[in-house]
Design a protein around this ligand. Structure first.
Ligand SMILES: [Zn+2]
Length: 236
């Protein structure tokens, strides 16, 4: 088992050193905690110099992780979420009915039981319904536009941490329904992306050429997802 050998506060952060059989130094940052993995007999001087040389990257990474934590999704009364890219304030109303309704500025969650679990469940079920309504129709439309309708078998929805969408060999396209929080142009890009996999099951240049034929701004949408995707998750 690793042992905590050193706790150093010379810089603007503390770090722990875990020694093992490894040959080189390596940095890990999780939840704002900095850890150095080091060879068993690495000198303190070597470790300190290494950490010092990486201080800008470390401080940047800590700040990034803190920002992502602050911006994580919290489904609760008074919090803000986006739906189709537009920020809306959540209003939880306790009563006999169970329903979720989006207006221009608000997301009303009517619930019988005011618990975080129940509110989350209602929200996710509603979001999945919205994804079915919008993305399924779009997917069939885009597959038709690309002349690939015969290859599209089905469209289904899941909430996965790692992917926005997936195109299976049998022609089933799966989407992460959390995508419904993104702007419409970004959702449309995801649809075009997965439909293009009905033609090419890779990310080759000919695949991107198909994407670009229907979505010339795809680079911008990819970048948007990389910059904002963390806002759609309740756990970082
Ligand atoms: Zn892909």
């Amino acid at each position: 088992m690793d042992e905590i050998c050193n706790l150093n506060s010379t810089y603007l952060f503390d770090f722990e050193v875990h020694r093992s059989k490894r040959k080189s130094l390596m940095l890990f940052i999780k939840g704002g905690k900095v850890e150095v993995r080091a060879p068993r007999f690495a000198s303190t001087k070597w470790i300190n110099e290494f950490v010092y040389s990486q201080k800008e990257w470390i401080l940047g990474e800590i700040a990034r992780q803190r920002r992502h934590f602050r911006q994580r999704l919290v489904i609760a009364d008074g919090r803000e979420i986006t739906f189709l890219g537009r920020p809306r304030t959540i209003v939880v109303l306790v009563g006999p009915q169970q329903e979720v309704r989006a207006t221009r500025d608000f997301l009303f969650i009517y619930t019988r039981k005011n618990t975080p679990e129940k509110i989350e469940k209602l929200f996710y079920a509603w979001l999945k319904d919205k994804a079915r309504e919008y993305m399924t129709v779009e997917t069939f439309k885009v597959a038709r536009q690309l002349g690939l309708r015969h290859k599209l078998k089905d469209v289904s929805y899941r909430k996965t941490k790692s992917k926005w969408g997936h195109c299976c060999q049998d022609g089933t396209i799966q989407f992460n329904f959390l995508a419904m929080m993104a702007p419409r142009a970004v959702i449309n890009y995801l649809v075009v992306h997965e439909c293009s996999h009905l033609k090419y099951m890779d990310h080759s240049s000919r695949f991107w050429a198909v994407v670009e034929s229907l979505c010339p701004d795809y680079r911008e949408h990819r970048e948007w997802l990389a910059d904002n995707g963390h806002r759609f998750w309740s756990q970082i």
